[in-house]
Design a protein around this ligand. Structure first.
Ligand code: PMP
Length: 354
């Protein structure tokens, strides 16, 4: 048995994999892979997926949902293009790689990506808190959970500007108040489904308001939403598996239930990181992510011995991101607490033999 702590693409519920596999062979008599996206059977998949996103996150009236392609990386460009207004300036909270990337891409389409605050001074091991927000911004952008460094916002940035959030690695993991956001985007491949689809939740009042001198049709959220995510061929299989996963999430009590489980899993692991004298957490305690727990050995020369132990226990995906080193235990929705317990037991065992 494998315990998959990979950061994404990542573990999904086994029953979702099984249903998805079955639909590759037989989805109303055809394979899901050969059905026309315009056929009523797929149109109803799209409609139900959008409905279940709204249901799972209690999306209020006045917001629309779209499934596009391009990952969150294209999202960096899409949000800048669509939220650009008179100032052509977005304010960015830089918590590492992903928000740095969002700034870079915004600049390429003519948005002055202004830095509001950054945690780069301490290798992005915390969430900036005390900062002043400029007064001539079109929007404020932040990354709710930094997948690489293992930091997570516990409070929303304090601003009256339209709030844009890259929620790729913690959407559907905890209850959120969508009404506080103007635009949310997230690659599917963590808690939603397989890579391929990218989710957008946008307040309707922002559609069609861009000041950008150019706007490719595909990147225009207004056109995408008018066409119900069918401006071109959508990533049908990714959306179908996301639908299976959303059904599973809702049948099991929805986001509020999974949040409790995620809190329990993270508490179990962080307690061990703090208790065990061989390990140390890499992030300031208050800003620790529920999804991605990053830690290192106090003495890196013990790495080979520790690696042998966790690999022997069936754990996969534990090494930290190639840019940071150390370890990263990603505990997405589908990872059972039993897998976290296996990791904790390995850490305890390692201490006892060291
Ligand atoms: N933002 C965050 C927070 C991410 O974790 C990732 C990928 N892991 C990205 C953006 C980039 O997403 P994609 O690979 O879907 O373009």
């Amino acid at each position: 048995m494998k315990h998959n702590f990979g950061a994404g693409p990542c573990i999904l519920p086994k029953s979702v994999f099984e249903e998805a596999a079955a639909a590759v062979i037989d989805f109303n008599g055809l394979s899901i892979l050969e059905v026309s996206h315009r056929h009523k059977d797929f149109v109803s998949v799209m409609d139900e997926s959008i409905d279940l996103v709204k249901k799972a996150l209690h999306v209020p009236a006045g917001y629309s949902v779209a499934f596009l392609q391009g990952g969150a990386t294209l999202g960096f460009t899409i949000v800048a293009l669509n939220m650009m207004r008179e100032h052509k300036r977005g304010g960015y909270l830089n918590t590492g790689t992903w928000s740095t990337g969002a700034m870079k891409e915004a600049k390429k389409v003519g948005v002055d990506a202004a830095l509001i605050a950054s945690s780069e001074d301490k290798k992005f091991n915390y969430i900036p808190k005390d900062y002043a927000v400029q007064d001539d911004l079109d929007y404020v952008h932040f990354t709710s959970n930094n997948t690489i460094y293992g930091t997570q916002f516990k409070q929303l940035p304090n601003t009256n500007f339209p709030l844009v959030c890259d929620m790729s690695s913690d959407i559907f993991s905890q209850v959120i108040d969508v009404s506080k956001f103007d635009l949310i985007y997230a690659g599917a491949q963590k808690n939603l489904g397989p890579a391929g689809a990218t989710l957008y939740i946008v307040k309707d009042e922002h559609l069609g308001k861009s000041s950008s001198p150019f706007m490719p049709s595909y990147l225009d959220l207004k056109q995408q939403i008018d066409k119900e995510s069918m401006l071109n061929t959508p990533p049908v299989f990714s959306i179908y598996v996301a639908l299976l996963n959303l059904r599973n999430l809702i049948e099991n009590g929805g986001v509020a239930e999974i949040e409790k489980k995620n809190i329990a899993k993270a508490a179990l692991l962080y307690q061990e990181i703090d208790r065990n004298s061989l390990f140390k957490g890499t992030v300031e305690t208050a800003d620790r992510s529920l999804m991605n727990a990053t830690f290192t050995l106090q003495d890196e020369t013990h790495a080979a011995a520790f690696d042998l132990l966790w690999k022997g226990a069936g754990i996969v995906g534990l090494p930290g991101h190639r840019s940071t080193g150390g370890y990263r235990a990603s505990m997405y929705n589908a990872l059972p607490i039993e897998s976290v317990q296996v990791l904790v037991d390995v850490m305890k065992h390692f201490e006892s033999i060291s």
